[in-house]
Design a protein around this ligand. Structure first.
Ligand SMILES: *[C@@H]1O[C@H](CO)[C@@H](O)[C@H](O)[C@H]1NC(C)=O
Ligand SMILES: *[C@@H]1O[C@H](CO)[C@@H](O)[C@H](O)[C@H]1NC(C)=O
Ligand SMILES: *[C@@H]1O[C@H](CO)[C@@H](O)[C@H](O)[C@H]1NC(C)=O
Ligand SMILES: *[C@@H]1O[C@H](CO)[C@@H](O)[C@H](O)[C@H]1NC(C)=O
Ligand SMILES: *[C@@H]1O[C@H](CO)[C@@H](O)[C@H](O)[C@H]1NC(C)=O
Ligand SMILES: *[C@@H]1O[C@H](CO)[C@@H](O)[C@H](O)[C@H]1NC(C)=O
Length: 372
């Protein structure tokens, strides 16, 4: 698009406002789809990992943190918040699209703040995953079941003060969007035993089973609208391609294993026996895997996005012993972050996240409502 970088968030808002209006105006669009994509949500609740962690790990004893520069240098006020990017995450762009405030990190909120928030809370935690043991070798983190426990506490302790009548609370929850973006660490940071000789098919079944247990718990608590992000193509990320032969090619083995999970995940969303258990539930499926592959490949997307550097991270890298590589604290990042796909070896730049919003909401290439 070749637009000045600083303008892009405003452009997104303009563009998406326009979109919103045109969506609402096209009466022929099926009601449910308009509700999910064009309608309003009361709140956005986020369950996830470092892709969408807005700073929960700042409050935990772990090496998986991003609360130092150069992280956040393109964020409002140029401050590191704990987001693993130079700026906004895809969860931020989803909130912007739906006209909600950026969703705050649960761990950073006082009890008083929690009592006063009804537009959503983010529980996502870097290095954690769907299995309870995932990511724990680098320190503490909030696994998916813990995140759902914390959401339950939010309801019990905080939302019940705001919504004193049960039916009001139920309406709030039913009209909220629940985003999940979790699972890659079960493949990469695994305490649950994933390695290259693991049977990918049965591993995916086990992982998906655990994922659905947590979705069912969220449904039990009142969640009805889900935005499900699939798992990224980890095999093409800078930390992986540094060791491949030929150098720079993707690790296809790990990508295939992740694809097996993603296909099962997508199929499970339209599985009728599952859906009957989850009455009145709608799903948006977001194909993040192919979004990232598309930006990497020599496609038209790639050219139009200006993301010319798709192999190296923007910031200088620091390898902790036995831990995940991050940006070197207080280092100087690349000059033109808006031309890089990756900010650090595991995470996209704000520009890549912005492109995600365009392809999800404007072009509707990667996000789709899944019917039963
Ligand atoms: C969304 O909310 C705004 C402001 O509350 C309202 O004017 C608009 O009609 C709502 N749109 C839909 C589709 O409900
Ligand atoms: C509650 O939130 C509103 C809007 O975000 C803010 O204006 C108000 O000061 C907050 N109240 C307290 C007691 O924190
Ligand atoms: C791979 O994981 C299995 C258990 O899932 C374990 O028995 C095996 O030793 C592991 N292999 C390597 C090379 O770590
Ligand atoms: C939520 O918390 C309540 C109170 O602690 C508990 O009774 C209930 O089983 C929990 N629900 C879920 C789905 O975890
Ligand atoms: C499903 O939603 C409709 C309309 O909101 C409601 O009347 C109905 O009771 C719900 N069904 C269940 C099983 O929750
Ligand atoms: C990508 O960036 C790295 C480091 O900033 C640089 O060494 C490399 O040449 C760049 N590659 C391309 C294709 O621009």
């Amino acid at each position: 698009m070749g637009l000045p970088y600083s303008l892009t968030p405003y452009l997104l808002v303009l563009l998406l406002c326009f979109l919103n209006v045109s969506t609402i105006n096209s009466k022929k669009r099926r009601k449910q789809e308009a509700g999910l994509f064009g309608g309003n949500f009361s709140a956005l609740y986020v369950i996830g990992d470092s892709l969408v962690d807005p700073g929960n790990n700042n409050y935990l004893s772990t090496l998986a943190k991003a609360n130092f520069t150069p992280y956040g240098f393109n964020f409002e006020g140029s401050i590191p918040t704990g987001r693993f990017s130079d700026g906004k995450t895809i969860a931020d762009y989803i909130a912007i699209y739906y006209g909600l405030p950026l969703v705050p990190a649960y761990m950073g909120l006082s009890e008083q703040q929690k009592n006063n928030i009804s537009t959503g809370i983010n529980y996502a935690s870097a290095s954690c995953g769907i299995f309870p043991d995932t990511g724990k070798q680098v320190g503490k983190c909030l696994s998916m079941s813990i995140q759902v426990d914390l959401f339950n506490q939010t309801i019990e302790k905080n939302l019940k003060q705001k919504f004193k009548i049960q039916s009001e609370l139920n309406n709030h929850l039913a009209e909220s969007l629940f985003m999940t973006a979790i699972g890659v660490n079960d493949y990469s940071c695994s305490g649950s035993g994933y390695n290259e000789s693991t049977d990918a098919n049965s591993f995916a079944d086990k992982l998906l089973n655990e994922f659905w247990l947590q979705i069912q718990r969220m449904h039990e608590l009142g969640a009805r609208k889900f935005f499900i992000n699939n798992i990224k193509p980890l095999g093409c990320y800078p930390n992986m391609i540094a060791n491949t032969v030929p150098r720079g090619s993707c690790n296809e083995k790990i990508n295939r294993a992740i694809s097996i999970y993603n296909v099962k995940l997508r199929e499970s969303l339209s599985d009728n026996t599952r859906r009957q258990k989850l009455s009145n539930t709608s799903f948006i499926y977001s194909d993040y895997f192919n979004f990232m592959l598309g930006l990497r490949g020599p496609s038209s997307n790639h050219v139009s996005s200006n993301l010319v550097n798709t192999t190296s991270p923007c910031c200088p890298i620091f390898y902790y012993k036995g831990s995940i590589p991050t940006c070197v604290p207080r280092s100087v990042p690349c000059k033109a972050a808006e031309t890089y796909l990756f900010f650090d070896p595991f995470h996209p730049t704000q520009m890549a996240n912005f492109m995600y919003a365009i392809q999800c909401f404007q072009e509707r290439k990667i996000c789709h409502v899944v019917r039963g």
